[in-house]
Write a protein that binds this ligand. Structure first.
Ligand SMILES: [Zn+2]
Length: 154
């Protein structure tokens, strides 16, 4: 399990071992491997937000080494299905072909679009980016609102 404090909110964001293992499997450790990504779902037992499922990548996503465009209708189906099982859509994840991940300009633009368009359980939206090096060191995690990205510290 990996845990992050969410600023001064007193809330903690955790990723279960299953989710961390899913990130591990999708790291772009070989040069031919393409970006992967999906959605993050959490159980809320405040002040702990436990990310317990990471979906994707899907065969219907568009993926290259340096880009990832999810199948949006698959995403909508996942959100409905998980909601019926009391798991809430809290954000998204994807990989980067760099040792330690950091958000690109496109990521920053996309995330603010997501925040504006989505209805979800949190005030912010979680963006996790998985680098090539070992976890948790290569993992970038942030909580975003429509105007800002707040990196979280372990
Ligand atoms: Zn990215």
């Amino acid at each position: 399990m990996i845990s992050f404090d969410i600023g001064v909110s007193g809330q903690t964001l955790t990723f279960t071992d299953d989710v961390v293992a899913h990130f591990e499997r999708n790291r772009q450790v070989r040069f031919w491997q393409r970006e992967a990504g999906g959605l993050l779902f959490a159980k809320l037992s405040l002040p702990v937000i436990e990310v317990c499922r990471a979906t994707g990548p899907r065969r219907t996503d568009r993926r290259t080494r340096f880009s990832y465009w999810p199948d949006e209708s698959a995403e909508r189906r996942e959100i409905e299905e998980m909601f019926s099982r009391d798991m809430y859509f809290v954000g998204c994840w994807h990989t980067h072909p760099e040792d330690v991940a950091s958000p690109s300009h496109i990521d920053l633009r996309n995330i603010s679009d997501c925040v504006r368009q989505s209805k979800h359980a949190l005030n912010g939206f979680v963006m996790a980016i998985v680098g090539r090096a070992a976890l948790p060191g290569s993992l970038f995690v942030s909580v975003c609102d429509a105007s800002q990205v707040y990196p979280l510290l372990r």
